[in-house]
Design a protein around this ligand. Structure first.
Ligand SMILES: Nc1ncnc2c1ncn2[C@@H]1O[C@H](COP(=O)(O)OP(=O)(O)OP(=O)(O)O)[C@@H](O)[C@H]1O
Length: 252
């Protein structure tokens, strides 16, 4: 039976006087792999912040049922790379280990086992050789991988990824999605992406966010559905793989 991890009920959310999201209802269950699509400024990141508890609902509720354990963190979060301060003087390995702090409080000592798991995950994502570099020395794709390792290190119950493929190259992108598919066997995943073509091949369900949330109970998106939800797309060809991209929505 599916266990609910997070329940968002009739929630509205925003910043100050500005209400961005209206009447949001979504339950995130264990083993879910939810893809979130929508136009720029539609409120995708705001929805993630609401689910993460970084902002409180103005109306309605967000109930977090996750009980972290010694072996598992609650939520791992990969923010948009553009929000990361690359001037912060921290090495890649320390970024990854900092992913253990939220579950165990601030600390600067980590066990041998924890360091070994950090190294193993850096190997898996192909950036082990950069472990002692500072984050300012990394490319966008390498930085994204370092923060992905940070999100994964606590073996969380829920992994939240905000556009994880913005800077990664084609080869790692495929590896990334295969990795996500593998880890989805033991944790739920919510992933924001503009790459609908790829997202539909990997996620189990799709949510479209444009100030409101439209939850498609499948991983296919048809032109009909997008019309109903005022979520128009344009089909383009990118290399040999057809991709779909969002055009700007009209406001609702
Ligand atoms: N910290 C903030 N304070 C005030 N307004 C904000 C803040 N963060 C986002 N907004 C506004 O909220 C709206 C939704 O932003 P959000 O980042 O959630 O959209 P998004 O769908 O993730 O967009 P994108 O695809 O461009 O990342 C935008 O109009 C944005 O300007």
């Amino acid at each position: 039976m599916k266990e609910p991890l997070i329940e968002v009920k009739n929630a509205s959310a925003g910043y100050g006087d500005s209400v961005i999201l209206h009447n949001i209802n979504i339950t995130v269950n264990d083993n879910d792999f939810i893809g979130i699509i929508g136009p720029n400024g539609g409120g995708k990141t705001t929805l993630l912040k609401l689910i993460l508890g970084q902002i409180s609902p103005i109306e309605g509720s967000v109930i977090n049922h996750i009980q972290p354990t010694k072996l598992r963190g609650a939520v791992g979060y990969l923010p948009q790379v553009s929000t990361i301060d690359r001037k912060f003087p921290i090495t890649v390995i320390d970024v990854v280990l900092s992913g253990l702090m939220s579950s165990k409080g601030m600390r600067n000592r980590f066990s041998k086992l924890e360091k070994e798991s950090a190294e193993a995950i850096l190997r898996k994502t192909g950036i082990y050789d950069y472990r002692n570099k500072t984050i300012g020395e990394l490319s966008g794709g390498q930085l994204q991988r370092a923060f992905l390792c940070r999100a994964l290190i606590s073996n969380p119950f829920l992994l939240i990824l905000d556009e994880p493929n913005t800077f990664v190259d084609n080869r790692f992108e495929k590896e990334l999605y295969n990795l996500l598919r593998e880890i989805n066997e033991r944790m739920a995943i919510i992933m924001v992406s503009h790459d609908i073509g790829t997202i539909t091949s990997y996620v189990k369900t799709i949510a479209c966010v444009n100030r409101q949330l439209h939850y498609h109970n499948s991983n296919t998106i048809t032109q009909e559905q997008l019309k109903v939800y005022d979520c128009p797309i344009q089909l383009i060809t990118h290399g040999q793989v057809p991709h779909t991209v969002l055009k700007t929505h009209t406001q609702q």
